[in-house]
Design a protein around this ligand. Sequence first.
Ligand SMILES: Nc1nc2c(c(CN[C@H]3C=C[C@H](O)[C@@H]3O)cn2[C@@H]2O[C@H](COP(=O)(O)O)[C@@H](O)[C@H]2O)c(=O)[nH]1
Length: 320
Amino acid sequence: MATSTSAHIVAAARHVTIDDDAVRALAQELMAAGGVTALQQQQSGMGWSNCGWHYSADAAASGPLTCQFVFVLDALNFCFWPTPGLEYEHLASGLARALEADPRALSAAVLSAATPALLASWAPGFALPQMAERVSKVRELGAVLGAHFGGLASNMVQAAGGSAVNLIRLITALLPGFRDEAVYRGSQVFLYKRAQIVVADLWAAYGCRGADQLFGFRDMAELTMFADYRVPQVLAHAGALVYAPALRQRIESLQELPAGGEEEVEIRAATVQAVERVAEAMKALGAPLLSVELDWLLWHRGEASKDTIAPHHRTLSIFY
Ligand SMILES: Nc1nc2c(c(CN[C@H]3C=C[C@H](O)[C@@H]3O)cn2[C@@H]2O[C@H](COP(=O)(O)O)[C@@H](O)[C@H]2O)c(=O)[nH]1
């Protein structure tokens, strides 16, 4: 769904285009840089090591805590940029420390009664932007897990029966905070960044299993990349995304783009499409990667270069 609706937008876009020569060049560069092997390294570590988090014991035993952690983390995995220096990994490591201190730290009861003080304790030293919004996202998650799944996100995952698409449908049906949708010139577009990243992070955290195992999925190939603000920054730097001069000027002068506006939706849709095309180009070069795997490669690349390349777009979002 995310792929098809974003394709229509790219065809009609006025502010963003995709440069297919740059797409091919980026694919070649990723191949030359050992993209696939770096990915395999990431896949084993999956960046979890960069959160200083040691729940591999729980994940190896197919425990429920890793799953609970991922759902809470990705319910909050948006819009860090308003707080200088705040990054995803600060929240990830803060949540991990909370769990290590008390395995009940992310129970549905605790989540349902979340307060700004509790969330602040998950990112010590940083003022989380949009705190009221973040508290409501955590309370929403706690209430739904308590009402429908015995308090455990792992029960929600089991209800999806090994299908990533079913899990995304469950998440977006029950948790309004994950309904990352827009109306672009009268047509509905589904981006579902956090709903998809929950599934991909679960898959990675439990060791990229097949559908025959708990926390495994048979249809990860159906997912798109996660339309955030870091990957478009990497694609624009590579010339794969080309912004109209007026838009480029707004982004480079750090002017905010309104959420749901034409420019923001075109950036996100073109990012989804451009990554699909890079994946196609890498497949043609002999490196068949899932869009989610290519996403991680590009995201980690963005983390490494974010302060040296042109700035990312700034939208005060709750979706990414
Ligand atoms: N497309 C995509 N966007 C991702 C992620 C992640 C973290 N996942 C990795 C972490 C451990 C595992 O290795 C996962 O792979 C965060 N974001 C988004 O980036 C944005 C910037 O965040 P920062 O630079 O912190 O401020 C923000 O919108 C945030 O929502 C991803 O993987 N892909």
